[in-house]
Every structure is written in structure tokens, then in C-alpha cells.
Design a protein around this ligand. Structure first.
Ligand code: IDP
Ligand code: MG
Length: 144
């Protein structure tokens, strides 16, 4: 079954939006199969966002992403990668469609409340960056 990684970013956790965002995901039928709160180090954020290392916003992005705790979650379901991206909305909250999480809660193009993997390969890599197999509960207990 397809899986994706989501992150409630430091601005979302700090503003007390964790519950509301997880509820919105579950209301859309997205199944949470792993979750934890962590505070990234600057190095950890740089590793996670290494594809953006040549972008002008890289230093600012990784400073922000390591500025406070984040809530990580692995979501599972058919077409979950694209479904999450749709629910998140465009990177820039000002351009995100009404009803999307970034439109509702995003503060700026950087502090845009939520991350979602953008492809199958990225999702696999991002999930493995943060979660061990034992931390992902994609099958019912006692299923063999
Ligand atoms: P995405 O999160 O919608 O996939 P990406 O282009 O992958 O967007 O960028 C990763 C993250 O980097 C964004 O979510 C946002 O936090 C930050 N970011 C993207 N573009 C800019 C920018 O132009 N200025 C500042 N931060 C940016
Ligand atoms: Mg991206």
C-alpha cells in the first residue's frame, strides 16, 4: 500500500495546530501508520532538504525547520501521495486553493505549516530518513 511522509512544521506545532491538522487528514480517510514528535538539528534538516541545497532559501529553510519541534507522520492509502499534496495546497499559502491546509493555516511561503512527499521515490526515502520499520504499523496486530 502506498505511503507518504507528512510533517507538521514548527510554525504549526508552535501555534497548537497539530490536533486540527491530524484530524483534517483523518477526516479525508488518510490512515496514520506511524507518528512522533522530534526537534531536528540544523544538520538533520539540511540532510532532509538536501535536494534544495543550492536554493537561495536553503539556509533560512533549514534554520526554520530546526527552530522547534515538528510532528512527523507516515500516512497510508491508495494514491495517498497525491491526495496529501492536494489537501496541502500550493507551496505559497497565498496561491493555495481555499480549503487547503496551507491556505487555511500557512503564514508564508517558508512557514507553510505542512510537508508532504512529492513522489513515490521521495516518499520512500523520506520515510526511511525518520522511521524504522518497527515504528510503522501498517498491518493489523497478529496478522502473521
Ligand atoms: P513543497 O513543500 O510544496 O514541496 P518545495 O519547493 O519542495 O515545496 O520547497 C520545500 C520547502 O521550502 C517549502 O515547503 C517551503 O517551506 C520552503 N520554500 C520553498 N520555496 C521557498 C521560497 O521561495 N522562499 C522561502 N522558502 C521556500
Ligand atoms: Mg517538496
Amino acid at each position: 500500500m502506498e505511503q507518504t511522509l507528512t510533517i507538521i512544521k514548527p510554525d504549526g506545532v508552535a501555534r497548537g495546530l497539530t490536533g486540527r491538522i491530524l484530524e483534517a487528514l483523518e477526516n479525508e480517510g488518510m490512515k496514520i501508520v506511524g507518528t512522533k514528535m522530534v526537534q531536528l538539528t540544523k544538520r538533520g534538516a539540511e540532510g532532509f532538504y538536501q535536494v534544495h541545497r543550492h536554493q537561495p532559501f536553503f539556509d533560512s529553510l533549514t534554520t526554520y525547520m530546526s527552530s522547534g519541534p515538528v510532528v512527523l507522520a507516515v500516512l497510508e492509502g491508495e494514491g495517498i501521495i497525491e491526495r496529501l499534496r492536494q489537501l496541502m495546497g500550493a507551496t505559497d499559502p497565498q496561491k493555495a486553493a481555499p480549503g487547503t491546509l496551507r491556505h487555511r493555516y500557512g503564514l508564508s511561503i517558508q512557514e507553510n505549516v505542512i510537508h508532504g512527499s512529492d513522489s513515490l521515490d521521495t516518499a520512500r526515502w523520506e520515510i526511511a530518513y525518520f522511521f524504522s520499520q518497527m515504528e510503522i504499523h501498517s498491518r493489523p496486530l497478529n496478522s502473521g
